[in-house]
Design a binder for this molecule. Structure first.
Ligand code: ZN
Ligand code: ZN
Length: 416
């Protein structure tokens, strides 16, 4: 990783004129970067100075650079944030898909371990990332919830994070208890930030629903999300379907192929479903003995041929396979196996595959992002959202007395 040059405004010998120029340059640089604030373009927050273009006649640039394209009013943009496994590869972090709609709203389906790194690279507007739909409570699907909760709070979310997730076979195995424990586990973190950050952004709210029912669990502003059961080791795994403006996105959490998915995904526009390794691949990758490798790959997950058979039943406008590593020697074999049972439109998703979807067109590309990206900064709404004073009185007196004197600077600006 490249480091910033700290001596841009440094003390190198130079003549007075150049020094003067540098002073002007440095002060303009400082004034330009003193406050990280997004620009608002057509009501959408984008990083300062970024000008998103309107896409005409489906002429998309070959690569998608974050925040450089407007989503059309009738368009849905789906980004594979993470497509891999609990034991991540740097090329494939764990499961997460982001759906952005032409009405300005964003929806996250799963936030597996590593997903927040990708979201940072996408320079997302965290204020919008306030809804997560969790397919089940494996770390590779919800492992980064706490990270999103707190990172989003620092980076612009001034409202609670809402997590919609399934019940389990008993209350302690459901989403509500999971979120209650996340809140409890991070009490030190959240109480230490309270006051500095907006009060409401520090809240995380569980919306637990019955895993065993097909039901609409979200219905606002013309966006409908339906849950239906999935079969994955134990009770409490589900899949989702999002409908908006005549477009549909189906997200399969972990499952073997099942009748609910075949019914709910039928004819949908974009259908995402897991498509797992073969036992032999998993033995080679993870070192599992055959018995365990077979159980994982072929009994609790969907093998490539099963994915293909399911998609042949569902017939989506675009089938999307994920939940494996896209290393060449692995992916080619999975692809060939899928093609034995399915010959329709197919995307083998890797991290940061992006699909732009309208009624007449689906564009599939890859995202390229800046590995040194900064957050776009907090909005005026975040600045002015209700909050208390920064936390004080949380350290013992004896501890405070150990503070070295003269180390903390006096304020250089008025503090209200
Ligand atoms: Zn999984
Ligand atoms: Zn799982």
């Amino acid at each position: 990783m490249k480091l910033r040059n700290p001596n841009v405004c440094g003390d190198h010998p130079m003549n007075t004129f150049i020094k003067l120029l540098m002073v002007v340059f440095c002060s303009s640089l400082l004034s330009a970067t003193a406050l990280a604030k997004p620009d608002k373009v057509d009501g959408i927050n984008v990083p300062s100075g970024r000008i998103p273009q309107k896409i005409k006649n489906n002429k998309y640039p070959r690569t998608y650079y974050p925040n450089t394209e407007k989503i059309g009013k009738e368009e849905m943009r789906i980004t594979a944030i993470g497509t891999g496994m609990p034991n991540q590869s740097p090329s494939n972090v764990a499961a997460s898909f982001l759906v952005e709609l032409g009405n300005g709203e964003s929806f996250l389906f799963d936030v597996g371990t590593g997903a927040t790194d990708r979201l940072a690279g996408l320079e997302v507007d965290y204020a919008k990332l306030d809804k997560v739909f969790a397919s089940h409570l494996h770390t590779d699907h919800v492992g980064d919830i706490a990270g999103l909760w707190v990172a989003g709070w620092l980076n612009g979310r001034y409202t609670p994070l809402h997590v919609y997730g399934p019940s389990g076979s008993s209350p302690e195995l459901g989403t509500k208890v999971h979120i209650d424990h996340i809140r409890a586990a991070w009490a030190w973190d959240v109480t230490s930030r309270a006051g500095t950050l907006p009060n409401a952004g520090g809240e995380i709210v569980a919306h637990e629903f019955d895993f065993s029912k097909t039901a609409v669990i979200y219905n606002k502003n013309g966006v409908k999300v339906t849950t239906f059961p999935a079969i994955h080791i134990r009770d409490g795994s589900v899949s989702f379907r999002l409908d908006w403006n005549g477009l549909s996105f189906v997200f399969g959490g972990d499952s073997v192929p099942n009748k609910w998915f075949a019914k709910e995904a039928k004819g949908a526009d974009v259908v995402v479903h897991e498509c797992f390794f073969t036992p032999e691949q998993w033995m080679a990758i993870a070192g599992f003995p055959y018995k365990q490798a077979y159980w994982v790959t072929s009994l609790i997950h969907t093998p490539p041929e099963g994915f293909g058979k399911l998609m042949s039943m569902v017939k989506p406008r675009m089938a999307v396979a994920y939940h494996y590593w896209n290393h060449r020697d692995i992916e080619l074999e999975i692809f060939e196996r899928v093609r034995k049972t399915y010959d329709g439109p197919l995307t083998m998703a890797d991290d940061l595959t992006v699909l732009n979807v309208t009624k007449g067109h689906i564009e599939v590309r890859e995202v390229t992002f800046n590995h040194e990206a900064w957050p776009m900064g907090t909005s005026k709404e975040w600045d002015t959202a209700p909050r208390g004073e920064p936390a004080t009185g949380l350290s013992s007196d004896w501890l405070i007395k150990g503070k070295l004197k003269g180390m903390n600077p006096a304020p250089t600006q008025p503090i209200e």
